[in-house]
Design a protein around this ligand. Structure first.
Ligand SMILES: Cc1cc2nc3c(=O)[nH]c(=O)nc-3n(C[C@H](O)[C@H](O)[C@H](O)COP(=O)(O)OP(=O)(O)OC[C@H]3O[C@@H](n4cnc5c(N)ncnc54)[C@H](O)[C@@H]3O)c2cc1C
Length: 402
């Protein structure tokens, strides 16, 4: 067993770390300022486009996508790079064209799209020219059970007609989000896993309304396009907008979520590393009751615990990435669920301690900790709540004994 990164990964890590120092971290205050100045709270800001151009010029582009359409990295090679981008989660992933939900949508188009769909939508997404959204969750049904999805996608001649209401559709408030992958039921009478299909719905198709941006603990997440409520009222798209086959939507959703989950976990580890760094800097620079905070046993306990938890998580994430590369996403199912259960919760804990160490500053807008905490906390819901992953993992474990 070899715990070292290979030569290509090391080289890309060095390039990426240099880009973080020279461009990403200095752009963070500029980004905040530009966000505050824009007229439309959901649009992209110029500094993001500048970073994208620079990253692409340096070859730091589309790392997330294995195979012919992407940069050709394995999951194991991508993992440490995604971790680095997680240190600045609002800027670095999008600068490298490695941000959710576009990554998952590009994977779907690369895996299941027709040649025409790839040309029309995958190409501009790979080039970072447009953004995209994935519309599955609905306010009116428990959407953690995808079989409940009630939006109707009905065949009518050469078209599909869509009716339903979705919410928390990430990225959808951003006008650059040009294409939606929408999941709904084409055949409510089929067996439960064959009722759903996915269709491509271009923004501004008549009948489609992006109604409002949903908040996450009060944050709009407008910096990366927000999370929209979207209504489909007799929305008509050509039949060739179907992705894959009718009844294949559930399977596509499963295929999409595996890589998406590990990418979130990789970035979360980078967020945790940043939190530990901030915690240590703060603890060594503030004095209370006659000694630095860093000399308080309780703070040392938090720092030690944080380091132990991050090291454990990283090993599990890397093992999962290696399994995805060697036995496939299906073979790595248990491990993908394990990291999706373990990582957001552990990183949430670490961020909580970093916030506590910062006192009032920890919950303020002057440090990134409060917003990072909100991001970690919401990832215990998004891409499947903890409880659903635990139930499924436990069932597989129990199967061996039944
Ligand atoms: C910030 C954010 C961004 C999101 N982005 C997107 C997006 O881009 N596209 C999209 O389609 N969706 C998105 N989602 C939605 C997300 O995927 C769903 O919220 C999630 O799947 C849960 O569905 P639900 O909200 O309907 O919860 P429900 O299904 O109503 O579940 C509520 C709770 O019930 C409990 N529960 C459910 N099943 C079980 C079980 N088997 N055992 C024990 N307890 C259980 C869990 O505690 C769960 O949290 C996003 C969510 C957030 C918060």
């Amino acid at each position: 067993m070899d715990f070292a990164f290979d030569a290509r990964t090391e080289q890309l890590r060095e390039q990426l770390l240099a880009f973080m120092e020279s461009h990403i971290y200095p752009a963070e205050p500029v980004f905040t300022e530009q966000l505050a100045q824009r007229d439309d709270p959901w649009t992209s800001v110029p500094v993001v486009e500048e970073l994208k151009a620079e990253a692409r010029k340096r070859g730091l582009w589309n790392f997330f996508l294995p195979g012919e359409h992407g940069s050709g990295l394995t999951n194991l090679q991508y993992a440490p790079l995604a971790e680095i981008t997680g240190r600045s989660p609002h800027l670095a992933p999008v600068a490298l064209n490695c941000a959710a939900p576009d990554t998952g949508n590009m994977e779907v188009l690369a895996m299941f799209g027709t040649e025409q769909q790839r040309k029309e939508w995958l190409r501009p997404l790979l080039d970072g020219e447009i953004r995209s959204a994935f519309a599955m969750t609905e306010p009116d049904v428990a959407s953690s059970d995808a079989r409940n999805i009630a939006t109707r996608i009905e065949r009518d001649g050469d078209s599909y007609v869509i009716n339903g209401r979705k919410w928390y559709i990430s990225g959808a408030m951003n006008p650059d989000c040009r294409i939606f992958i929408v999941m709904g039921k084409t055949d409510p009478d089929a067996e439960p896993h064959r009722q759903q299909s996915m269709v491509l719905v271009p923004r501004d198709t008549p009948g489609m309304t992006v109604r409002r941006g949903m908040h996450v603990f009060g944050y709009t997440d407008g910096d990366h396009g927000g999370h929209a409520e979207v209504v489909f009222d007799d929305v008509r798209v050509p039949a060739e907008n179907l992705i894959g086959e009718e009844g294949g939507g559930f399977g596509i959703a499963q295929a999409r979520l595996g890589p998406g989950r590990i990418h979130h976990c990789m970035r979360l580890i980078g967020m945790a590393e940043r939190a530990i760094e901030l915690m240590c800097r703060r603890a060594t620079s503030r004095v209370a009751f006659g000694k630095p905070l860093a000399d308080q046993g309780v703070v040392q306990d938090w720092i030690a615990e944080a380091r132990v938890r991050v090291e454990q998580l990283r090993l599990l994430v890397l093992k999962t990435a290696w399994l995805m590369d060697t036995v496939g996403n299906r073979g790595a199912h248990t491990e993908i669920q394990a990291i999706k259960i373990a990582t957001p919760a552990a990183v949430e804990w670490i961020l909580d301690k970093a916030i506590q160490t910062h006192g009032a500053g920890g919950v303020s807008q002057d440090f990134p900790l409060a917003e990072l905490w909100a991001a970690a906390r919401m990832l215990r819901l998004a891409d499947g709540p903890d409880e659903v992953h635990k139930q499924s993992l436990a069932r597989r474990e129990l199967k061996r004994y039944r």
